[in-house]
Design a protein around this ligand. Sequence first.
Ligand code: GCV
Length: 720
Amino acid sequence: MTRALLAAMIAAALFLTTAAGAAKAEDGYDLWLRYPPVEADAAADYRASATLLVVAGESATLGVAADELERGLSGLLGATPERAGAVSRDGAVLVGRAGDAAVAALGLDLSGLGAEGYVIRSVIMDGRAATVIAGGGDAGALYGAFHFLRLIQTRQALTNLDIREAPAVNLRLLNHWDNLDRTVERGYAGQSLWDWHKLPDHLDPRYTDYARANASIGINGTVINNVNTDALSLTGPWLEKAAALAGVFRPYGIRVYLSARFSAPVEIGGLDTADPLDPRVQAWWRAKADEIYALIPDFGGFLVKANSEGQPGPQDYGRSHADGANMLADAVAPHGGVVMWRAFVYDDGVPTDRAMQAWDEFVPLDGQFRDNVIVQVKNGPIDFQPREPFHPLFGATPETPLMMEFQITKEYLGFATHLAYLGPLYEEVLDADTHVRGPGSTVAEVVDGSLFGHRLTGMAGVANTGSDRNWSGSQFDQANWYVFGRLAWDPGLGAEAIAREWAAMTFTPDPAFVEPVTAMMMGSREAVVDYMTPLGLNHLMATGHHYGPGPWVDDLPRADWNPTYFHRADAEGIGFDRTASGSNAVSQYAPDATARFADPAQIDERFLLWFHHLPWDHPMPSGRPLWDELVARYDRGVDAVGEMRRTWAGLADHVDARRHSEVADFLAIQEDEARWWRDSSIAYWRSLNGLPMPEGHAPPAHDLAHYRNLSFPHAPGHWD
Ligand code: GCV
């Protein structure tokens, strides 16, 4: 063997080892904060703009901002910028806050940024070209640092920068439905991130990475325990665990909040009542708030699910939601805390349409809540379905601030194995026109407070994180965490732009990858709607765990737990009549919105069967009868998943093998399950309407009995 051949073999072996090592590292843990080296031809320019790192002041948050810049720049540029006390040569990056001397000396307009806003500007300092990242306060500086890194991650120029950002809403929160035994209700990514048993003494480094990820997208709060909560979480030992987490999150601008069990004064307080008007109960909560704030000085406040799905609440004592919320609000007010009171309430004792109950209960209370109460409303009136019209409460309570609750975890959209990018769902709701103050009164304007002039504003997302290495149960579910944060920061950013940004950061900025993947992501949620619940159908999932189809289920004790309650199909037609001839839920919207939804000729067909019960031969805009249209939608959904599989298969060269094959496997599962949804739904509808398959569409693979007999007792995320 020649020396040259030997050298070549060693080099090849080294290359393979490195490549294998790199592939091994790519398991999704690093999320969108991977910081791999930029292409050689671009690196020199970027390096020239990041030669020095100057930190203008001192604080824990500025420290983590500087560490993140160092980590990101060294990874991306292959050169660690030197830390310096001043801008002594061209290409310095200066990070600081409005009050820091070096930032103030620049005389930039930093007014109106608040503590969380920032500017990023190309400036000349002491005759040197520099980039300044100036936060209104600590958090702003950190958010600005992440923005600066994102510019490189998405290959944007660092010259002539003039960026100014401030968040649209104040509370940008994850809601974890994490239980104290580490199970996660509706969680599909393993166990809870919180290793409660080892807290507070052991702080898993993952808590820091969680905080970094959230800060990078502007999330500033986390409700760490399930809304179906256990009063134990308010006892001393558990508060210490919460305090330990708060300590990790604090430098990242993230506050801890707790779900509060309304009956805690009885369960852990030794009282015989939790009546919010009882002075002993009020005193108990005040003392509890004092105890929490002594441990967690920046505690954010309480989230409450009351009188819903069996949870205790003020109505147990003949009191209203406002009585309950105000009592808790008074307890946290001296400390600057808030109460987020959920509007997800329904009760089968109430003989109305379930979609109407939140509006019925909360509109009469408008104006009765304390200033530090915000009512948290799910995006639609039922429950996080693949598609729902916006919730009629948005716009209906001018005196009461409302915050948005989206679900990031995909309870009703195929769990972790279906690729469904939720950006278009969030955007569709935020852009929806309530018509409350004329056309263009969007849900986003209700949520950001501008429509009615509210200063307490917020957006919550039910988290999809867990102990899986990839955090979210699948690589693409990370995008749903990402887009939630980005839209909470700025609802106008656009789901497509965010998808593009995420794909570039999470995989590669190569347009040959980003463009097809963005298109795939943008179509993915519509595909799920098509194969699960087309044309406004909803809640047809199997009951309990919600895994797979169950449109035939009609034997559960509560009427509104049964899919048959929601679709109301029979031999003649299908859909829920929510017009004046039915439940009249449509009247809960503002008159112009009502008029559109109420008229089958005017309604957007995507919501048709949500509001209307129609005959199977109802003519659709396509010219097809309703039955044919429905079948066409099912097929369109299944075909779209096939197309997604082909797109992904063609991108193998752009993605490390491990992540590529995981996504490919999941897409194969999704295609099978899409077909299952399509076939079983069609088999069931045909058992009711007796109609033949429309021309050109294949019959289901099995008879209805086959689908009805499938059972999945251990599907994940279940709760009892
Ligand atoms: C936390 C749905 C879910 C429940 C969830 C509830 C809620 O009903 O299936 O798991 O409970 O919503 O949002 O409170």
